[in-house]
Design a protein. Structure first.
Length: 319
């Protein structure tokens, strides 16, 4: 699709990854429309000269009015508060997704791209890198809802005959992260120490958030040939020890490594899940830091997209 003919509507553009998607589109000169909730912080979107539409997400008419006709609709919305009932999270992750798809079709959207997550594969993964054919076996509520949302995207888009793509980026590194496990790790490092589980030997696939935005553009430009597919996306593989060493080199200082046994971190994660509020430590985080979480994105690379940012690039950005 020619760039000049491609219009985009981005839901969730005030969030961490969504803001990077909007930013990359604007850097490439695209016109971007961003439906947002009332009282959202839109300062970044304003600086990017996005078209900002205040939306009442309880109103189908309000959502439909914000979608640009013939645009590709990107859904980067995620539930921020997970310390609520499962049905409340489902209303954002799944039910709102269903509504957006139907309204996008009714408004004449040309395609739909869903930002998803690797958590739908579960956390008891093998030591080798998995791809999109690996069975999805989620354990925790958010993981199950992620899979439920992917299923809803496929079902509804096929029902209304709207071309779709699902993107599953691995754990992301970038600016503007707040309240997630990576921002907590970086904050700890800036305060002088970094946790290493069992010596930091576990392997992990990561990606610079700017590459997620670049990939979203590429997917939209190639919607017709890539439709009805799910793509994993990673930037590079590393270990947590190598990650910490890269931070040290970028910081020109070797900060303290705090070694923690996996069993202890997993127990602390279990306890953290029982406390009110969004836990910074959970068994999911313990698994991320202490077990191999490696993914293979051959499908998207062979289709033509290649990330450009390295571990060093990503670390320099967040520091």
């Amino acid at each position: 699709m020619e760039k000049k003919n491609m219009y985009v509507t981005i839901f969730g553009a005030t969030g961490f990854i969504g803001s990077h998607v909007a930013e990359q589109f604007r850097l490439q000169g695209y016109e971007v429309t961003t439906p947002v909730r009332k009282n959202s912080d839109t300062s970044l979107l304003q600086s990017l000269n996005c078209q900002i539409c205040e939306v009442d997400f309880n109103s189908d008419a309000s959502i439909k009015a914000a979608i640009v006709e013939n645009s590709i609709v990107y859904n980067c919305i995620a539930a921020l508060n997970t310390d609520v009932a499962e049905d409340t999270i489902r209303s954002v992750e799944v039910d709102l997704t269903r509504r957006i798809i139907r309204l996008a079709k009714a408004k004449g959207a040309s395609g739909y791209i869903q930002l998803s997550s690797i958590i739908s594969y579960g956390h008891n993964l093998p030591i080798y890198a998995i791809n999109e054919d690996y069975p999805q076996n989620p354990e925790f509520i958010l993981d199950k809802l992620s899979l439920e949302r992917e299923t809803a995207v496929k079902t509804i888009c096929q029902e209304v005959k709207l071309p779709f793509i699902i993107l599953q980026p691995v754990s992301t590194i970038g600016t503007r992260a707040r309240g997630n496990s990576f921002s907590t790790l970086i904050d700890m490092y800036k305060e002088g120490e970094f946790p290493l589980v069992s010596g930091g030997k576990a392997g992990v696939s990561l990606i610079d958030t700017r590459d997620v935005g670049r990939c979203m553009i590429w997917l939209g430009e190639n919607m017709q040939t890539l439709a009805e597919q799910t793509f994993l996306l990673k930037g590079f593989d590393t270990t947590w020890l190598e990650f910490k060493q890269t931070l040290d080199r970028a910081n020109a200082k070797e900060n303290k490594a705090k070694n923690i046994p996996f069993w202890l971190l997993n127990m602390l994660g279990f306890i953290g899940e029982k406390r009110p509020g969004n836990p910074l430590m959970s068994r999911r985080v313990a698994g991320l830091l202490g077990k191999n979480k490696l993914y293979q994105d051959t499908r998207i690379r062979e289709s033509g997209f290649v990330p450009i940012y390295t571990l060093e690039d990503a670390v320099a950005q967040v520091l």
